[in-house]
Design a protein around this ligand. Structure first.
Ligand SMILES: C[S@@+](CC[C@H](N)C(=O)[O-])C[C@H]1O[C@@H](n2cnc3c(N)ncnc32)[C@H](O)[C@@H]1O
Length: 205
């Protein structure tokens, strides 16, 4: 991604654009995941928040006792997250996620909200540990009628998230026009990676 793109985001973050509450879909997904939790588990659960902004989802994860790695290319965003994190277990990383080496089979939860970089999908899937969950939500086609984003590169196509999570167990999914405070066309998915990955599992194919 270009420096201009990053600088635009730095400006937006200075204006506080990503300081809202967590997405209701993400909160519901985290509740669903907690409901499936292994009560006998003693090791801390690990989570990754990709393109985290000021960290509304990283904070929600840490509040649920996840150890969180949160990555964004904008220093302003990561600084805001670090300031808000207090003593929570959040490691804020300043990096362009299109060049950042994503760990493999490491995280119990990987969250990507309001960020779409299709070339990353295979690595995002691969970062989820067996039995872990990928949670994604962003705008989809139709959003052009309501406002930004309008660029098709940033708009999911119908069924695209389900296709991206083929072979995984879908815990939750939504797609289409929503009439929240601001009407928008969005799609989201929470999908669990199988515990035992067979040889047919091929990322992103
Ligand atoms: C719309 S904001 C969403 C932030 C956060 N996921 C949320 O839901 O609040 C998109 C974020 O992607 C970040 N971003 C865009 N391109 C990036 C890249 N190549 N690497 C890392 N972060 C990127 C921006 O800085 C911004 O924080």
């Amino acid at each position: 991604m270009s420096n201009d793109h990053r600088r635009e985001w730095e400006d937006r973050h200075r204006r506080g654009v990503t300081w809202g509450p967590p997405s209701p879909f993400v909160v519901t997904a985290l509740d669903a995941i907690a409901g499936r939790g292994n009560a006998a588990r003693t090791t801390p659960r690990r989570a990754l928040d990709i393109a985290c902004g000021a960290g509304r989802h990283a904070l929600a994860l840490a509040a649920r006792s996840y150890r969180v790695v949160a990555v964004d290319h904008a220093r302003t965003a990561v600084a805001a997250l670090r300031a808000r994190a207090g003593g929570l277990a959040i490691d804020g990383v300043v990096a362009d996620v299109t060049h950042w080496p994503l760990p493999v089979a490491r995280f119990d939860v990987v969250i990507v909200v309001d960020f779409l970089e299709r070339s990353l999908l295979p690595a995002l899937r691969a970062a989820v540990a067996p039995g872990g969950v990928l949670v994604m939500e962003t705008f989809m086609v139709g959003q052009e009628r309501h406002g930004h984003p309008r660029n098709p590169a940033y708009l999911l196509r119908p069924g695209e998230l389900l296709a991206a999570c083929r072979g995984w167990t879908v815990l939750l999914a939504h797609e289409g026009e929503g009439g929240g405070r601001v009407p928008a066309c969005r799609a989201g998915i929470a999908a669990e990676r199988p515990l035992h990955v067979d040889s047919a599992e091929s990322f992103g194919s």
